[in-house]
Design a protein around this ligand. Structure first.
Ligand code: EPU
Length: 432
């Protein structure tokens, strides 16, 4: 059982380098299944979600070699089975991309229902299933498994209208469509930067995808994809998280290796709150000296304010002067972390998808839990801002999506360290 211990109240100063985008990497690694030959992918973040995806590919028979810490050569030519390792798959949400990739390549797939962060109650995949079915697959979801089979052994193109804007369904249907017979059109598609990145990756290997980044994506199926080289974009949410950390804790940090355009809604919200931000070509300087001002936030699919920044920004607003209103526009239940913030003295009332945040003067260190990835990041920010010592449990969630978070924060002056605690005796006895 590991935890982070943070001694808060120190302003941050220095530079932080942003890693490759998690939500692009977890789409691109399974996308390699569709490619004949070696894909060299650069800028893969060293996070547990990416490591698990790579292990799943290996268990299927792929040859995965590390060229450097962040560059992998992936050759999926040796994959013969369309049945993925079920236990590994249950560990992450993005395992659903195995369905689109295996179905597109082999005309069949057996995968476990996705796991991952559990903040939205049941996280449905009905829009993925609807799309695969329109492309000629028979899809059965039973006993925690998804079993899909294309009629005649190959998918065909289809017109698919997504009833909800879904990142996962958009990427999954792109994966299924690139080798399908004929043309697929995905309407009401999600537009996040990681969707464009996965489409660019597939196009650079020979796919014909147009319109990624708009709400209509058109894919003409091709005979085969062949190996190539691709570098993943920087992580918009990792960058936003460190921007929020500087806003909360104060100080001045240059955040490097970012695409400032992907951050613009986070930048403008922080500016509204009194944070100074100077954009460079591939960096942003974030400076906060004075008091934080209140603001309202409503999360929405891209280019709206990202839901994956909601817990971090709500935490910063807990310290802003005045009353802020936060509305969660994507997930049903993404405020579980508010109970933890309350232990530190935050004053936040939640009613369904809305939160009313009454700013307080200070937070006080406490023993708290990370209940999912972004909530975990928010707890780290709260610890950095608080007076005294904060202990955070459940850090495995944080490590799913933030590479070297301890090293990055320590390098800008934060006092944060990981502590390993022995398992409680009772648990050890039961395990034996
Ligand atoms: N939805 C459906 N049916 C579906 C799919 C989604 O009703 O078939 C609903 C969901 O319940 C939700 C909304 O549509 O209310 C959006 O879900 P989406 O499919 O876009 O989410 P996702 O693909 O499962 C990805 C990210 C999440 C991020 C969301 C929204 C990955 C691996 N995960 O999830 O990221 O919150 O998009 O932007 O890409 C994170 O990184 O911390 C994280 C949770």
């Amino acid at each position: 059982m590991n935890k982070y211990v943070i001694r808060g109240g120190r302003p941050l100063k220095g530079q932080i380098e942003i890693s490759g985008a998690k939500n692009a990497a977890v789409g691109m690694i399974p996308a390699a299944i569709l490619v004949d030959g070696v894909c060299r992918i650069e800028n893969i973040p060293q996070i547990s979600d990416a490591v698990i995806q790579l292990s799943i590919l290996k268990s299927l028979g792929a040859d995965v070699r590390a060229v450097t810490e962040h560059t992998m050569d992936i050759d999926c030519t040796g994959i013969k089975s369309a049945v993925a390792d079920l236990d590994m798959m249950r560990k992450l949400r993005a395992s659903y991309y195995l369905i689109g990739a295996l179905l597109g390549k082999f005309g069949e797939a057996t995968v476990a229902m996705p796991g991952g962060c559990n903040f939205g109650g049941v996280r449905p995949i009905d829009q993925h299933v609807k799309g695969f079915t329109a492309m000629g697959a028979d899809v059965e979801v039973r006993n925690g498994l998804v079993v899909a089979k294309a009629a005649g052994g190959k998918l065909h193109g289809a017109n698919i209208y997504l009833d909800v804007v879904s990142v996962g369904a958009t990427i999954n249907l792109m994966l299924a469509a690139v080798l399908a017979r004929g043309r697929t059109v995905i309407e009401n598609a999600a537009r996040e930067p990681h969707i464009v990145d996965v489409a660019n990756f597939l196009n650079s290997m020979g796919a014909d995808i147009r319109g990624a980044g708009t709400n209509v994506i058109k894919i003409r199926g091709v005979e085969r994809l062949s190996g190539g080289f691709y570098s993943i974009i920087p992580d918009q949410i990792e960058a936003g998280t460190y921007m929020a950390a500087v806003a909360g804790a104060g100080g001045e940090v240059l955040i490097k290796n970012v695409i400032p355009k992907h951050l613009s809604c986070i930048t403008s919200k922080l500016e509204e709150m009194g944070v100074e931000i100077i954009e460079g070509e591939d960096c942003v300087l974030v400076r906060r000296r004075g008091a934080l001002r209140r603001a309202n936030i409503k999360t929405q699919p891209y280019p709206g304010f990202p839901t994956d920044m909601q817990p971090q920004m709500t935490t910063v607003l807990a310290l802003a002067k005045g009353t802020s209103h936060v509305t969660e526009g994507v997930w049903d239940n993404r405020y579980k972390y508010v109970d933890e913030l309350s232990k530190m003295g935050a004053n936040i009332r939640v009613d369904g998808r809305a939160a009313v945040v009454e700013g307080v003067d200070h937070l006080t260190g406490a023993h708290i839990k990370a209940c999912d990835l972004r909530a975990g990041a928010a707890m780290v920010i709260a610890g950095l801002c608080a007076d005294g010592v904060t202990e955070i449990e459940g850090i495995e969630y944080i490590e799913r999506g933030y590479e070297n978070i301890i090293e990055k924060l320590t390098s800008v002056g934060a006092d944060i360290r990981p502590v390993e605690e022995p398992e409680p005796e009772e648990t050890v006895k039961r395990a034996v």
